[in-house]
Design a protein around this ligand. Structure first.
Ligand SMILES: [Zn+2]
Length: 316
């Protein structure tokens, strides 16, 4: 049982309540950061809970208490079938747990391995991992889905896995982990400016392959981006596109093309200092495209206006 957006919450207020209509294309909810304390009690023995929070949940009488500070959502999953692998990753020694089903030991271990590498790399490039733990949960979804300190990955990715990092399990798994910085740490309006979390999480896959599996970096760009011939404005909303493919091509894929051009224009030193500056200023809050480009310009002497004009509809 997967519980996501399962409780009532107050949407942000900024010149009005920020509550957008759902669509089939992307996420529409916007959250302020909150401190969560969730107590869970099961009425049946043998149920394993996968949840966000501190490195370890605390016993609280008959209940188990989960604390998660400065997060946008609290999701959890419960199963009497879950098996678990765990490891510690990053400077903050976050506890990484891979929850998988019997028969998926190889894949459950592989995604844990990818997670420890990704968390270590992204901490060095983006800033400290924001939570005490990360739960990676195998689930009967069609895709991956990110929450704070918890990500779901489709069983089909586990079924397809052939032992290579050139796989959806690794690429999409790393994508959802990158959302811990782009969505989890730095929030945004997912409906009106979805590129701020999706282009960033998607481009983080490229960063992962560039540094962890450099022999597969070209594979990633061909398999994930070039094959689809992406086009469209990166600052497309979830309401603008005629199809999911057109939305992904504009926001995710052309977003990665823009980020690669921005990285190249700024150079690695300025580019990664910019990303760390951005997470430190807007962490536990929400950023806009204007914020993103203001911080970028403060970290480079290069003129980036032609890149913005080429990829964005808005004038930032
Ligand atoms: Zn995503």
């Amino acid at each position: 049982m997967n519980l996501t957006d399962w409780y009532p919450f107050v949407v942000p207020f900024s010149n009005g309540w920020i509550l957008h209509d759902p669509t089939s294309l992307g996420e529409h909810l916007v959250y302020d950061a909150s401190d969560f304390e969730v107590n869970i009690r099961t009425t049946q023995a043998g149920v394993v809970i996968a949840a966000s929070g501190l490195a370890d949940p605390e016993p609280n009488g008959e209940w188990t208490r989960y604390r998660l500070a400065g997060a946008h959502t609290f999701a959890f999953s419960a199963s009497d079938q879950f098996l678990v692998y765990d490891a510690v990753a990053g400077a903050a020694a976050a506890r990484i747990r891979s929850y998988y089903y019997p028969g998926y030991e190889t894949e459950g271990a592989a995604i844990l391995n990818a997670a420890t590498r990704a968390i270590g790399l992204f901490e060095a490039k983006f800033g400290t991992y924001p939570y005490g733990s990360l739960s990676i949960v195998q689930a009967d979804l069609n895709d991956g889905q990110e929450y704070d300190g918890l990500v779901f990955l489709a069983t089909k990715f586990y079924n397809e896995y052939d032992g290579s990092a050139r796989s959806n399990l690794t690429a999409i798994g790393v994508h959802e982990m990158a959302h811990q910085w782009w969505f989890g740490l730095v929030g945004n309006d997912q409906a009106m400016e979805p590129w701020l979390d999706e282009a960033m999480a998607f481009y983080s896959e490229a960063i992962f392959y560039k540094y962890i599996y450099p022999n597969s970096a070209d594979w990633w760009w061909n398999f994930r981006v070039n094959y689809f011939g992406p086009s469209g404005y990166v600052d497309t909303t979830i309401y603008d596109s005629p199809s999911f493919r057109a939305y992904v091509n504009a926001v995710y894929l052309n977003g990665a093309n823009f980020m690669e051009a921005l990285n190249y224009r700024m150079g690695d030193d300025d580019f990664y200092r910019f990303l760390q500056d951005y997470t430190s200023r807007y962490g536990r809050g929400r950023a806009t495209a204007y914020d993103f480009f203001a911080v970028a310009r403060q970290n480079t002497t290069a003129d980036i206006s032609d890149l913005i004009a080429a990829y964005f509809r808005g004038n930032y």
